[in-house]
Design a protein around this ligand. Sequence first.
Ligand SMILES: Cc1cc2nc3c(=O)[nH]c(=O)nc-3n(C[C@H](O)[C@H](O)[C@H](O)COP(=O)(O)OP(=O)(O)OC[C@H]3O[C@@H](n4cnc5c(N)ncnc54)[C@H](O)[C@@H]3O)c2cc1C
Length: 417
Amino acid sequence: MLERGASVCLVDPAEERGRGVAYRTDDPRHLLNVPAGKMSALQDDPGDFARWAGVAVTEFVPRRVFGAYLAAHLDGASARNPGRLRVVRDRATRLERSRDGVRISLAAGDFVTADAAVLAIGAVGDRDDWVPTDTPDSAAFVPDPWAPGALTGVRDDRDVVLVGTGLTAVDLAMTLNRPGRVVHAVSRTGLLPRRHRPAEPMRPPELTGCTGLDDVRRLVSAHVRESVRRHGDWRPAVDSLRPVTARLWDLLPLRDRSRFLAEDLRSWEVHRHRMPSTTARTLIRLRRNGTLRTHRTGVTAVRMLPDGVVLHLGNGTELTAGTVINCTGLRHDVRRCPDPLVAGLLADGIAAPGPLGLGFDTLPDGRVRGDAPLWTLGALRRGNLWETTAYPEIRAQAADVARSVTTTAWSSEVPSC
Ligand SMILES: Cc1cc2nc3c(=O)[nH]c(=O)nc-3n(C[C@H](O)[C@H](O)[C@H](O)COP(=O)(O)OP(=O)(O)OC[C@H]3O[C@@H](n4cnc5c(N)ncnc54)[C@H](O)[C@@H]3O)c2cc1C
C-alpha cells in the first residue's frame, strides 16, 4: 500500500515487525514448510527470497530468516516512501465506523483514525474442547506455545505432553528434546504431517460435474491414482489441487463443507501441509530412541498437580508430566472468538461470520461484506476460500487488498495515531 501512494499506520503489539506468529521463532530447527522458491514477497520475482537468503530455491530455510526478509521488505518500502509508515506498538481492541472512515481503539487507551482499515490479525478463534478451563494461570499448562516466552516455565527435568500431532507439535518435539526427557504427542488420529519430496508439476483435475463432497472425494482419489501411476508419488496430485482448492470449496454446499471438516480435515492437512525431509529425519530418530512417543487417542481429562499435570487418555493411559502444551491450534469459528476486536465487529454488525463461522464473510477483493471501509486477508477469509493460510496465498491476497483499498479510499496523510 505504501508503494501505491497510501499512508499506513501499522498497529501490532509485537516487538518485531514482519514476524507475525510463524516467523518470530528463534529456533533454527523450525523450518519453513514451503521451499524458498515459493516464498518470495514479490509475485513477479519468485527467486527474490532465495537470492536474499543466499540459498537454493528448493531449500527449506529457518522461519526466522524469512521473518527477517519480510521485515527488510517493509523497511525498504518505508525508506522509499519517507514519512508514510507509522508503527504503533499496541493491540487494537475495537473498530468503529466514523463519519469518513474508521476509528480504532487501542488497548493503551489511544485511538487511530483512518480512511480504511485492513485486518491482518492472523488466525483467531477459541481453544479446542480438550483445553481445561480452570487452569489458565498454571505454569504446567501452556495454552499457546507461540506466545512470546511461552516455554520459559517448562522444566528441563520433566516429561512434556503435546496435545496435537501437527506441524506445531513437530516443531516443539525438536525444541523440547533433552536427554532423559520423553515428549508425548497425543491426538485422536495420531497422524504426523507427511514429508516433502521433490514433486513433478501436474495439471489440476477437471472439476466439471463436481457438485458435492462425494464427487470431490472421487475426483481427488482418481487424480491421486493417476499421479501415482505417472510419477510414482501422490504429492504431485495434492500440490496440483492448490490453484483449484478455492473453487472446490466454493462448489460444496454448506453441509458438505461441514462434513469435510469433520471427516477429511486431518487427512487433508497432513498431506497438504508437509514437513521438510530434514525435519522428518529428526522425528524418525526421536521416535526410534524413545524420546518422542505418539499416542493415537483423545484427551478425556486433565488434572493439574502442584508441580505438574496428569492427562487421562481415551485409551485408558495416564500420562504424568511437568507440562502439557496445547498444539491443536485454534478453532477458526469467529462466533466463539473471545478477542474483543473480533467480537465487537460482529456485535456492532460491521462484519458478519463467513460460511460455517470460519472468519468473516468477504468479497473477492478481500473487502469485509458490509458498508464499512474494512478489508481482511489470510485466516479470516477461510470460510470463503478455505486455502488462505499459507504465505503464497496471502501474498496474492495482499496485492489484491492493496489495489482495492487504494482505489477505493486512501489519504496522502499519515493516519492520526
Ligand atoms: C507455527 C507456524 C508455522 C507456519 N509456517 C508456515 C510456512 O512455513 N510457510 C507458510 O507459507 N505459512 C506458514 N504458516 C502460516 C502463516 O501463518 C502464514 O504464512 C502467515 O504468516 C500469516 O500471516 P498473517 O499476517 O495473516 O498472520 P500472523 O503472521 O499470525 O500475524 C498476525 C499479527 O497480527 C497481530 N495481531 C493480532 N491481533 C491483533 C490486534 N487485535 N491488534 C493488533 N495486532 C494484532 C499479531 O501480533 C501478529 O503479529 C505457519 C503458521 C504457523 C502458526
